[in-house]
Design a protein around this ligand. Structure first.
Ligand code: DC
Length: 237
């Protein structure tokens, strides 16, 4: 078991972090793990997306830091994980469909580099660390938000494979998209996410990286579950 540094958050509740770039399949794997373990689930990207969508609806300029911080501080988001479809609930209303568009992802990635926004969302994210445990997915879950997590996974895959996966996900949601446009969007987003100065997309030092390019979801799940059992993390599985 890893030592748990004092980071001012509950270290009693176990935490599994799944980080990685856009379109790598973090959501599918994290939701399946949360369901399997009966743990809580945090999709941190959805919080950034909700903020982007709300800012647009309220005509808040992405340069207006204090308005964005106020919005982030009051965000009331919950996730309802289910086999068929995980719902993102904003103040109780299901807004999942608004969040799957590339436009909401692009807005999220533009406000994600703003340090004050990240700081305002930090506590919102840590609020999800509740018994019996948490599966948290994003870019900096293992490196910044939950540095004490017992198991940290970094999922990766080539940009082309991620674009194919994202296209399929969007098509499954009834959105028509071109592979070329999605690939270009993913490459732009990778650049912004990896090169920003605050919480850039990098594996935590103690994370295990899994290249999923030629792996199925079941194969990725098996690897993570076997790491969980090696570390005797989840006796119930
Ligand atoms: O995982 P996603 O595609 O829904 O994330 C949308 C954007 O939010 C992503 O481009 C970067 C940002 N993000 C972040 O900066 N930190 C996180 N922990 C999660 C997402």
């Amino acid at each position: 078991m890893l030592s748990k540094p004092d980071v001012g958050i509950s270290t009693e509740v176990p935490c599994l972090t799944i980080d990685g770039p856009a379109g790598v399949g973090k959501g599918t794997v994290s939701q399946a793990l949360a369901l399997r373990m009966g743990w809580n689930y945090l999709n941190s990207g959805a919080l950034y997306r909700v903020l982007g969508v709300q800012a647009r609806q309220l005509s808040i300029d992405l340069q207006d830091e204090s308005a964005l911080v106020a919005l982030a501080a009051g965000l009331q988001v919950r996730f309802s994980v289910a086999d068929e479809k995980t719902q993102v609930l904003l103040a109780g209303k299901d807004i999942s469909d608004e969040l799957v568009t590339e436009a909401s992802g692009a807005a999220a990635s533009k406000l994600a580099p703003i340090p004050a926004v990240r700081a305002a969302l930090l506590e919102r994210q840590r609020d999800f660390l509740q018994a019996p445990g948490l599966v948290a997915e994003g870019r900096d879950m293992g490196s910044v938000v939950f540095p004490h997590a017992e198991l940290k996974i970094f999922l990766d895959a080539t940009a082309e494979e991620r674009a194919r996966r994202r296209c399929k996900q969007l098509k499954d949601n009834g959105l028509s998209v071109s592979l070329r446009a999605v690939l270009s969007e993913i490459e732009d987003r990778d650049k912004r996410d990896r090169e920003r100065s605050v919480s850039p997309l990098v594996p935590a030092e103690d994370a295990t990286t899994i290249d999923t390019t030629v792996l199925t979801v079941d194969q990725v799940m098996d690897r993570i579950l076997s790491m969980c059992s090696e570390r005797q993390l989840f006796a119930a599985i």
